[in-house]
Design a protein around this ligand. Structure first.
Ligand code: FNR
Length: 187
């Protein structure tokens, strides 16, 4: 079999019991064999400060993160919504990866987003604010199917596995995402 595509997964929650992290782990299990999903940790990235880049002394956490993202073939964001937008921890990771100017780690990589919320709207606001930033960063984000996982507190069984209904939907999402990745990488 051809080597699988390396997908960097960015999870927008640092919480131990995070529904988003559980979803990301579930997505890794559901993904077609053509994709290898790996969570890239963002919780220890210092807050972005442009002086550190301008003065040539970026923290090693930034440079390691940028290298890891650059290595990846594709990007998958799994994020909660905070106050109708993207959590600051994820926005910080996006900003860190986008600099120094002209050297963005995100450039051109195929992207996708799954937003996950215990609420009824499935993180719609975060999903679309994230798209706004990533489109600006020249990341082609898959448009359809969209993935808003609402009522996520009920999406898992007692072992933390996605229930059949959510897994069925997300399996279809991942099949479409795998095709999107190949299409963008071939273009
Ligand atoms: C939230 N939450 C939330 N939910 C939502 O659907 N829309 C929102 O705008 C917000 N805003 C918000 C702000 C802040 C600061 C917090 C801490 C939480 C609730 C959120 O969806 C819930 O805590 C999720 O469980 C977070 O995802 P994880 O941590 O389970 O992955």
């Amino acid at each position: 079999m051809a080597q699988s595509r390396d997908v960097a997964v960015l999870v927008g929650s640092l919480r131990k019991g995070s529904l988003n992290r559980m979803t990301a782990e579930g997505l890794a299990r559901l993904a077609p064999d053509s994709l290898a999903l790996r969570i890239v940790e963002i919780g220890r990235l210092p807050l972005y400060d442009q002086d550190l880049d301008d003065e040539g002394r970026p923290p090693s956490e930034w440079t390691d993160f940028r290298e890891r993202v650059k290595e990846a073939d594709a990007l998958l964001f799994v994020t909660p919504e905070y106050n109708r937008s993207v959590p600051g921890v994820l926005k910080n990771a996006i900003d860190v990866g986008s600099r120094p100017y002209g050297q963005s780690a995100w450039e051109g990589k195929p992207g996708g987003v799954v937003s996950v919320s215990p609420g009824a709207m499935g993180g719609f606001g975060a999903n679309h604010h994230l798209r706004q930033s990533m489109v600006f960063l020249n990341v082609p984000m898959m448009q359809m199917p969209e993935a808003y996982v609402a009522g996520a507190g009920d999406s898992f069984d007692e072992q933390g596995e996605l229930n059949a209904r959510t897994a069925g939907f997300l399996r279809k999402f991942m099949t479409a995402y795998a095709a999107w990745v190949e299409k963008i990488l071939a273009s």
